[in-house]
Every structure is written in C-alpha cells, then in structure tokens.
Design a protein around this ligand. Structure first.
Ligand code: IMP
Ligand code: MG
Length: 429
C-alpha cells in the first residue's frame, strides 16, 4: 500500500540518491517521474561509488523494479550507456520498466539547448546542456517524440517531419546552423527500438496494480523544489515539475494513493547554474563548504555555489510538497565551524519576510537575516543515534527542525548508506 514521494527541498544535489537508495531496500518499485539525464545522483554502496544520471537509484537494489515514468525525458544513447556501464560492474538492469508515454531527447534538442544558451548571453539559465528544456517545450507544443513512436515506423517519420519543420527554420535562419534531415533523426532513434521494446509498458497501470497488491512504491524526484518550473525561481528552473505533485502527473499514480512525502535538505545550501541565492557565500566560507562538501556537479563537474541553510526555503518546500518528513544531509560538512549562521527570515526592501517573497524581484532583493549557532569539533561520521551527536550538533538539528516546518527524521553524517542518524522511521507506520 505505501507510496512514498521523495523530493529535493532546495536547488538539487541534496543527497536524494542516498536517501532513495536507503529506502529502496524496502521498496518494490522506485520510480523516476521527472527530468532526464540532467540529474546526477551519487550513491555509495559497499564502498563502491555509482554516479547515476538517468536511471532511478533503485537500480542498485536487488529485488527492486526501477521505473522510468511518463514525466521523464529520455536520451536513449545515455540510457543504454548507463545500463551497459552498470551491467559491466555486475548490476542487474534487466528489471527496468519504461513508460510508453515518456518523451525522447533527439540529438537536435541537445544542439538547441546549447545554442539557445549561447544566444541568451547574460540572460542564460545555466542549463546542463542535455536538451531537457527543448524536449519539454516540444512536449507542450505537441511536437514531441515519444517512446511508443519507435514502434510504428510511419508514425515516427511523420512525427520527426513535424518536429523538424519549425526547428530547421530556427536552426538555419536564426542560429546559422545546418538543417537536419528526417532520415538522420529516424536512423538515430530507430537504432534503439529493438533493445528498448521489452522494457516498455503501461507503467501507470503497473504501479497502481502494485499498490493494490500492497507493495511499496518509492517516487524519486529529480532536481528540487526551487528548480520546479511552476514553483521554483522561474526562469532559473528546470523544465519539469520536481515537486511532489509531479510524482502523480509524471507517473500516472493519483494523489489519493500517496502516503508520505519526504524532502531532502542539505545542512547548508548549494546551487548550480544561474539565479538568485540569498545565502550565497562569495568568501572563504563558500570555498570551505565547497571543498569539504565536495560540491562539484555529478553531471557537469561544475563547482556548485555554496551558502548557509535557508529556513524560509525549507518552510516553502514543506508547504508546496506537503512534506511529512525532512532528511537533513551532510551535517558532517559543518564540523569544525565555530559559529554556524542560519538564515531564519529575509529582509526585502527594508521589510522582514518570514516566507518566500511573492515575486521573483522580491526574491532577488532578499537579504538573509541570520541567527548563529555554536558549532562542534568532534568527528560525527560514526554517529548512528541522535544521542551519539555532540550536544551542539543536536541543538543545531533541533533548531532547524523548529524553524523548517516539519520534523527532521534522519540526518546524514557521511557519504555511505550506513552513515545516517535515524530519529523516526521513514517507512509508513
Ligand atoms: P536544465 O535542467 O538542464 O534545463 O537546467 C536548468 C537549471 O536546472 C540549471 O540551473 C541547472 O543547473 C539546474 N539543474 C538541472 N538538473 C539539476 C540537478 O540534478 N541538480 C542541480 N541542479 C540542476
Ligand atoms: Mg545531482
């Protein structure tokens, strides 16, 4: 019966991979419902490090069925590269299921993603350049190409023709690039059809049937709350719904079936790409968080922007996602900092705001109002219960819990699966 949604509370890279992987041990299905290979989950299992971009973390758990839902956009080259890479390391990928309704990322959308970013110049979004935005744009414009189109060659050709119609004008006349032919796109995509076919099914039905049988389904959100196209810092967002509602639209499982929503938040904050970031640090503290926390992108290798914990963002995430539990990650990165600042509210044009400002302009003007907490110097990486943590770390976690709008049920104290302090079970009672 239990359906659990797991999302990022901030701007991504909160350590969702580790949390999903831990829950995945219990889950019968792990579902990716949004985004594509713009994601980067680093999961450490038995000292082995895995960087996943497109596949759900559940792929690493024997017995678990990983599902790529209809809300995902798929780069087939990346999909099979990732499958082959994991298979070579002894991971069984044969259970993977893919929605017939998921959209494909043809290579022209990778080209467009990068070209458009260059043309935007100063106004660029800082995308991952994987073709995510143009593919979701095609989906909404109803010129997208879906997984199921690979199984009808006539339809596939027609759809490619339809998609290229406007794109070739854009590529040739605006961006000064060569036109793309229907044949080259057809060959690029059809090459994967036979390998893909056995994995493709009506995944919405599969999942609801599983819930009816009393099995556990875990929905793994890509990106995070503030990167959500509707609820994030638009336009500095990704092109999908990364908040909990996306788990329903992106999988075909209705809202009445969801039991729990877990949001993962880092004990500080990071962001890649452009866009506002009130607590961002441009000094040696930012460098310290980046170096100690290993804050470099899994997907792009870009150094992440770093700042202190931002409670208004957590409260916003709690509200938008209907969070039942927070998982606080990377607490160990703060070890050794004497006084830890936490943003408790913003000052926006001379006024105190406890909540996210209504407008993007307001958020751009938001200056953090800090409260300071005593740090700790003890190594906390071996802590497994809350009592194992030094008093000051306990006070810090309790303070974040009090100002973040929901209970903090688990705390990460190191990169591997076991390095977690569990306060409340994340599984439904
Ligand atoms: P896109 O998703 O490639 O279109 O990029 C849009 C914005 O989302 C950029 O700021 C990216 O850096 C950011 N983004 C996309 N995926 C992730 C992720 O998995 N973690 C963190 N940021 C991401
Ligand atoms: Mg990531």
């Amino acid at each position: 019966m239990p359906a659990i949604v797991l999302v990022g509370a901030q701007w991504g890279d909160e350590g969702k991979g580790k949390a999903t992987d831990a829950l995945g041990a219990e889950a019968d299905y792990v579902v990716k419902f949004n985004g594509g290979n713009n994601a980067g989950h680093t999961v450490v299992v038995d000292g082995e490090k895995y960087a996943l971009h497109l596949l759900p973390s559940g792929i690493l758990t024997p017995g678990c069925t990983p599902v790529i839902g209809n809300g995902v956009v798929i780069d087939l080259a990346v999909l099979f590269e990732e499958i082959d890479g994991l298979t070579a390391r002894g991971i069984d990928c044969s259970k993977l299921l893919i929605s017939a309704n998921a959209h494909l990322i043809p290579s022209y959308n990778r080209t467009l993603d990068k070209t458009v970013e260059r043309f935007l110049g100063k106004r660029k979004i800082g995308t991952t350049g994987r073709g995510i935005g143009p593919t979701y744009a095609d989906k909404m414009s109803r010129v997208g190409i879906r997984v199921q189109d690979l199984f009808d060659e006539n339809i596939l050709r027609q759809k490619i023709e339809g998609a290229l119609d406007a794109k070739n004008h854009l590529l040739v006349k605006v961006f000064n690039r060569r036109a793309i032919t229907v044949d080259e796109v057809f060959e690029e995509l059809i090459a994967y059809a036979d390998r893909l076919r056995p994995m493709v099914t009506d995944t919405g039905k599969t999942l609801v049937d599983a819930l009816d049988r009393g099995e556990m389904v875990l929905f793994e959100g890509g990106q995070a709350t503030l990167l959500d196209v509707d609820h994030g810092n638009y336009p500095f967002v990704t092109s999908s719904n990364a908040t909990s509602g996306g788990a329903c639209t992106g999988s075909g499982v209705p809202p009445t079936r969801i039991d729990r929503v877990i949001a993962v938040a880092k004990a500080y904050a990071t962001r890649v790409g452009e866009g506002p970031f009130p607590t961002e640090l441009h000094d040696e503290w930012g460098d310290r968080l980046r170096n100690v926390g290993g804050e470099f992108g899994t997907t792009t290798g870009r150094p992440r922007r770093c700042g202190w914990y931002d409670a208004p963002i957590s409260r916003y995430a709690a509200r938008i996602n209907g969070v039942t539990d927070f998982v606080l990650t990377k607490l160990d990165v703060l070890t050794g900092i004497e006084r830890i600042p936490v943003c408790v509210a913003y000052e926006v044009d001379g006024e105190r705001h406890e909540e996210m400002p209504m407008t993007e302009t307001g958020f751009h003007h938001a200056k953090p109002i800090y409260e300071y907490f005593d740090g700790w110097t003890e190594d906390i990486s071996a802590a497994r219960t809350f009592d194992d943590l030094p008093k000051a770390a306990q006070v810090y976690v309790n303070a974040l819990e009090a100002i973040s709008g929901q209970r903090i049920s688990a705390v990460g104290v190191g990169p591997s699966r076991e390095q977690t302090v569990v306060r409340h079970s994340l599984l439904p009672e």
